[in-house]
Design a protein around this ligand. Structure first.
Ligand code: PBG
Length: 324
């Protein structure tokens, strides 16, 4: 009879041993919470397709931001849902727009919290595309101009970081130079660099009322089939001055997260998107999986792949369960 000399089970025998040899640990510092803001007051409206996630009016968002900061989550990402939309997405860069008011309120009311704003037009356009359209074409350069002004308006409102998610070419460079021209040279850009045209955004589009009214986003977001092309997107945003590079979604794109980590010396973010979040909740509600464990496992896998920060709707819940 021959027995193995190497017994990998030796280091799995107790909780203490497992703690000692754990290669990846999730910390509250790794997490960022996306939040949705709507017009009105006194609103904390649950989103049906995203269990545990609400839309908040500006007066309510400050309390929520405080709660999140108290739980030890270092930052939030704000998405605005305006009450009126038009073809140009005029609401996106208004000084008193929904996001701009939320940013000022949070910065005035909450001490230590990094307030990041999503920079995109899709929540503000009546056609639901991330840029300006002509006929059925989504225009690049005119959209980039609007996006740069939107980022500037967020900076003026007091945002700590801006995060373009539109996937137009050249927008990081345009945002960087617009910010620099207006004395915001110290404001970092977190770019959604490799963002795929994903079915996993379904619940978000309900929440943000940003479903395209014609066509889809495959003319600007990436094809899920492509890995080498992601490198070109990441290189472009890095060269244009992005301070943090993001891959989105996370779980179906862990190879891209690993590639990004391997190649760039900037922090890498990954966005565990609405569909990834809601699938876990839906399966847990049916009693098919342990939702808490599955959520933690998803986070660990994203971190193990190389993410330095994870955007997740579970950030506050997870922070409450983590020690530091
Ligand atoms: C909009 C935007 C989207 C998400 C973040 N920013 C949706 C989209 O591109 O259609 C998705 C987030 C999620 O699903 O959680 N530019």
């Amino acid at each position: 009879m021959s027995f193995p000399r190497d017994r990998l089970r030796r280091l799995r025998g107790s909780e203490t041993l497992r703690r000692m040899v754990a290669e990846t640990k999730l910390s509250r510092d790794d997490l960022l919470l996306p939040l949705f803001i709507v017009e009105g007051s006194g609103i904390r409206e649950p989103i049906a397709s995203m269990p545990g996630v609400c839309r908040f009016s500006v007066d309510q968002i400050v309390d929520e931001a405080k709660r999140v900061a108290d739980l030890g989550v270092p930052g939030i990402m704000l998405f605005g849902i305006p009450s009126s939309k038009d073809a140009r997405g005029s609401g996106a860069d208004q000084a008193d727009g929904i996001v701009q008011r939320a940013v000022s309120a949070i910065k005035a009311g909450v001490g230590d919290l990094c307030v990041i704003t999503d920079v995109c037009l899709c929540e503000y356009t009546d056609h639901g595309h991330c840029g300006l359209v002509e006929g059925e074409e989504v225009l690049n350069d005119p959209s980039v101009e609007r996006l740069a002004l939107t980022a500037l308006s967020h900076a003026r409102a007091g945002a700590d970081m801006v995060a373009p998610s539109d996937m137009m070419d050249g927008r990081v460079a345009a945002i960087r130079s617009t910010l620099d021209e207006h004395d915001f040279e110290n404001l970092p850009i977190l770019s959604y660099a490799a963002k795929y045209a994903s079915a996993f955004y379904g619940p978000f589009r309900d929440a943000a009322e940003s479903t395209p009214q014609f066509g889809d986003r495959r003319g600007y977001q990436m094809d899920p089939a492509n890995r080498r092309e992601a490198m070109r997107e990441l290189v472009a945003d890095f060269d244009e001055g992005a301070d943090i590079l993001m891959v989105k979604p996370a779980l179906a794109y862990l190879d891209i997260v690993a590639d990004a980590k391997e190649t760039f010396d900037v922090p890498i973010a990954a966005y565990h998107v609405s569909g990834e979040y809601s699938m876990i909740h839906a399966a847990a509600e049916k009693g098919w999986i342990d939702g808490d464990r599955a959520m933690m496992e998803a986070m660990i896998s994203i971190k193990r792949a190389g993410a330095d920060m994870i955007l997740t709707y579970a950030a506050a819940d997870l922070a409450a369960r983590l020690e530091s």
